[in-house]
Structures are given as structure tokens and as C-alpha cells.
Design a protein around this ligand. Structure first.
Ligand code: TYD
Ligand code: MG
Length: 460
């Protein structure tokens, strides 16, 4: 017997209520509720298939089965995944429409198939010939890559039984639907139910499933937020649509760290991995450096990255001065400004301060403090930090400079890219003397500022 039920579902976060309400009590969004009718078969195939024979056992008795990780053919992608695709896992690849998710997965599909695995690509948004055209452009060709233009998940299930792929790609979760429930595809209920079925495929049939999900800022399409807790790994593909640089970032990962990022470049023939991203971020820097531009060495996961911090300090025309930060935590910026005012004596109370990290990187670690402080201070004083100087250090409220983790790795990255000088915290232990780069140890913020200013003056 089929049971019919209607409910109102928030399309932003998935909150359910029996009656219409204007504002979601869970996520706070307005007018986000739509009515959904749900017909659930009590003898749904899903429920009937699951027979649980797993015995309850002591933790000491459990044998560890080594999880098999398959390479995606992209080192950048593998690192974000924590070493590769874990067999039988469910991965969500989320991102704005048009950012390049389908491109990335089609190229990955090609690489995986070249390694001898069978892959089924469900293109629910495009026809087979459209995918073929794209594959030609991307130079993807394999006799193990199956493409199926289908939106109904039950049809997909029957093809899985026939083809028996190792990996299944769903492009995208917003365009597939299951006949188990009657809500339209893209609604929260459909997305949830489809993900449940896909989870079932991954775990019971031991097939790795990669699901694409679109996110929009206005939340018109039910966002993959509702899926995040259901899947094993959530990866965001980000970037500015008008620039070629793309970042892969993992938000949740049951099989690895979430600190890693992968950097790609969107080119004529698809995505190219950027194995030395510092070079890419540095490329945008001109030879003539303006006041307020500072290079820092930051750590993203296990890798050191050089990025540019830019500051703009100008007399304000507002009653209270503006502080704007992009890529740097706002409260961190306020704290650094307070230290500059109190410990260095910079009077910024009548000045607007804008700080920006180039390349769309978000910096969350305190090791960037000194770089931000020097960017603001040098812009305020209208002096230039040497273009071949890199800045590393955390600032304490007393104006002292604290040591940071993985200092040698950060200095080494700067040396590799041809930097001649590094301003670092004062160390108690000796650094290895195999660095060719000049290292200046600064105990207090004022010392670091003097080191930049004096080098500037001696140059001119
Ligand atoms: P797509 O993978 O279709 O985005 P998504 O699946 O996330 O919606 O990528 C679309 C954009 O990528 C499109 O605007 C053009 C660009 N692109 C290239 O620049 N080079 C290429 O080789 C390909 C295939 C796409
Ligand atoms: Mg697409």
C-alpha cells in the first residue's frame, strides 16, 4: 500500500514542517518552504534488500581491512581525497554551476579507465553526444568508460547490475529522481532519497560513487548542504568564473585530512593541475611592488604556499573608519590593527583599512599575522617591502613575534622560488645552516618593520 503525505520543506536546509511557515526556525532563511508530496511504498526495494548479518563483536576482535584507494590520475585531486578514491565510498563534489565540475570528473573518469577500472558516467544534464563532444575536446577516450544519459535512478540501478562498474559518477544529483517519491527532481526530498539510494549502492555493492551537486548563492536549487552529513567526503570546487584558477577543497573527509587543497588551471583543453601553486600566485605580482604588498609563506595542509597580501590604508570619509578583509578573518585584522596602534603607535583611527589575499585563498592560520601587519604598516607609511623578501610570524598582543609551525618548510618554499630574504620570529634553537636565503630573526613587531624599512632605504 502506498502512503501519501504532504509536508513543507525548507529548500535551504531541509527542515520539515506539516504547515507553511515564512521563516525557517533552523537556518533562518525567509520564504524558503515549498510543499512536497511524498508517496513512499511500504515495500520499497531499499528497505527489503537490507538484511543485516553483521555480528556484534569486541573492538579487539575486529580485523582492520586495508581500504583500497584508487588514484584519480590527478595528484592534486588524490591529495584532497586523502590519497585517492576509497572503494565503496560516496563522494560529493559541490560547486557553482559552470565552474568545471563535469570537466574535472570527465577527465578523472578517463584517467581511472586508463588504469583498467570500469566507470559508468550518468549524465542527467547533457545528452550522450554532448558528453562525447566534451570528451573529444578533453582527449578522453577509453573502452571502459560507459556513458548513460538518464535521469531516473531506477533505470540507472538496472544498468549497474548489467555493467557492474567499479565507479559510478552522477552528474548531477539535482537532476536525477527516484520513482519512490513524487516530489520533483531537485527538491530536498528527492535529493535526500536519491542520496540514500546511492549510499546503498556504494556500501552494499562496493562501488565508489561520485556525486556532483550544484550550489547557488540564492539557494534556489536545494543545496548540497542537506547531503553533507550523509556522504563520506565533501569536496568543493571553487574559483572565480572569470579567471582560470580553480581550487579543490575538502570540507569533510572520513578518510583523510580536510586541510589539503588542490590547485588547477582551466585551459583550452580542460583542467591542468598546478603542482607548484606558489608560482601561479606569484605570477600575478608585478616587478614594481607598491606599498602594502607583502609575500607570506602559509601552510595549506602539508604544503607551504607563497601568497601575496595586499593592504590599502587611506583617510576615511565615513564617521567610523572601515575595516574590510578578504581572505583573512575579520576579527584577526581588528586585533592586528589594535596591536599596530598600541605597540607601534600608528594612528589608524581616521583611516580605512582594506586587506586582501590574492588568488582567492582563505588564510586561517596566525602565521600570516606578521605579513598582514607589515602590509598595513608599510602602506600607512608609504614604504615598500623588498620584492624578494618573505614574511613569516605570528603576533602576540604585546607586539612580540611568536614562532610558527613548520618554519623550515615555509622558508624552503621561499628559497625555491628565488626569494633572497626571510623575516622570521626569533628562535631559541639554531636553524639548519643549509639555507641560501638570508634569514632575519625579529623579536618584536617593531624590529620586523625596521628590517623592511631599512632595507628599503638602503636600496634607494
Ligand atoms: P563544466 O564542467 O560544464 O561546469 P559544471 O559542470 O561545474 O557546471 O565547465 C564549464 C566551463 O568550463 C565552461 O564555461 C567552459 C569551461 N571549459 C574550458 O575553459 N575548457 C574546457 O576544455 C572545457 C571542457 C570547459
Ligand atoms: Mg556540469
Amino acid at each position: 500500500m502506498a502512503k501519501i503525505k504532504t509536508k513543507w520543506v525548507c529548500q535551504n536546509c531541509g527542515y520539515e514542517t506539516p504547515k507553511y511557515i515564512g521563516r525557517c526556525p533552523d537556518c533562518g532563511s525567509w520564504s524558503s518552504f515549498t510543499e512536497e508530496t511524498e508517496v513512499k511504498n511500504s515495500n520499497s526495494s531499499l528497505q527489503s534488500v537490507v538484511i543485516d548479518n553483521t555480528p556484534v563483536c569486541l573492538i579487539n576482535e575486529i580485523e582492520i581491512t586495508e581500504s583500497i584507494k584508487a588514484s584519480t590520475g590527478f595528484e592534486e585531486f588524490d591529495r584532497v581525497l586523502g590519497g585517492g578514491l576509497v572503494q565503496g565510498s560516496l563522494v560529493l563534489l559541490a560547486g557553482d554551476p559552470g565552474i568545471g565540475k563535469s570537466t574535472l570528473l570527465l577527465q578523472t573518469a578517463g584517467n581511472i579507465c586508463n588504469n583498467g577500472k570500469k566507470l559508468l558516467y550518468i549524465c542527467a544534464e547533457e545528452s550522450g553526444s554532448q558528453v562525447k563532444l566534451r570528451a573529444q575536446r578533453l582527449n578522453v577516450n577509453s573502452d571502459k568508460l560507459y556513458v548513460y544519459s538518464q535521469t531516473n535512478l531506477e533505470n540507472v540501478l538496472s544498468q549497474i547490475d548489467e555493467i557492474k562498474p567499479d565507479i559510478l559518477v552522477i552528474d548531477s544529483v539535482q537532476s536525477v529522481y527516484t520513482s519512490n517519491i513524487t516530489s520533483s527532481s531537485g527538491s530536498v526530498s528527492q535529493i535526500r532519497e536519491c542520496t540514500n539510494i546511492l549510499m546503498d549502492i556504494a556500501k552494499n555493492k562496493n562501488i565508489t560513487v561520485i556525486v556532483i551537486g550544484h550550489v547557488t548563492k540564492d539557494g534556489n536549487i536545494a543545496g548540497p548542504k542537506v547531503l553533507e552529513h550523509m556522504v563520506d567526503t565533501v569536496i568543493y570546487f571553487e574559483g572565480d568564473k572569470y579567471k582560470s584558477q580553480r581550487l579543490l577543497r575538502s570540507i569533510k573527509n572520513r578518510f583523510g585530512s580536510t586541510n589539503e587543497i588542490g590547485v588547477f588551471n582551466m585551459a583550452e583543453n580542460g583542467l591542468e593541475e598546478v603542482s607548484n601553486p606558489s608560482e601561479l600566485f606569484m605570477n600575478e605580482r608585478r616587478d614594481v611592488v607598491t606599498p602594502g604588498s607583502v609575500i607570506i609563506s602559509t601552510l595549506e595542509g602539508t604544503r607551504a604556499l607563497l601568497v601575496e597580501i595586499q593592504a590599502l590604508v587611506g583617510t576615511t570619509s565615513y564617521p567610523s573608519p572601515r575595516r574590510v578583509s578578504t581572505g583573512v578573518e575579520y576579527n584577526r585584522l581588528l586585533q592586528i590593527i589594535a596591536v599596530l596602534e598600541k605597540r607601534i603607535g600608528l594612528n589608524l583611527s581616521k583611516h580605512d583599512v582594506y586587506v586582501n589575499v590574492t588568488g582567492g585563498i582563505e588564510i586561517n592560520e596566525p602565521a600570516a599575522d606578521l605579513g598582514i601587519a607589515l602590509a598595513v604598516a608599510t602602506c600607512f607609511r608609504d614604504v615598500v617591502v623588498d620584492s624578494d623578501c618573505v614574511i613569516i610570524g605570528e603576533i602576540s598582543l604585546s607586539g612580540g613575534i611568536r614562532n610558527v609551525s613548520d618554519l623550515e618548510k615555509r622558508i624552503y618554499e621561499a628559497q625555491k622560488l628565488g626569494f633572497k630574504k626571510a623575516i622570521i620570529p626569533k628562535l631559541l634553537k639554531k636553524l639548519p645552516d643549509n639555507f641560501e636565503i638570508e634569514i632575519i630573526q625579529a623579536e618584536r613587531l617593531i624590529d620586523a618593520i625596521k628590517a623592511c624599512v631599512s632595507s628599503q632605504k638602503s636600496k634607494t
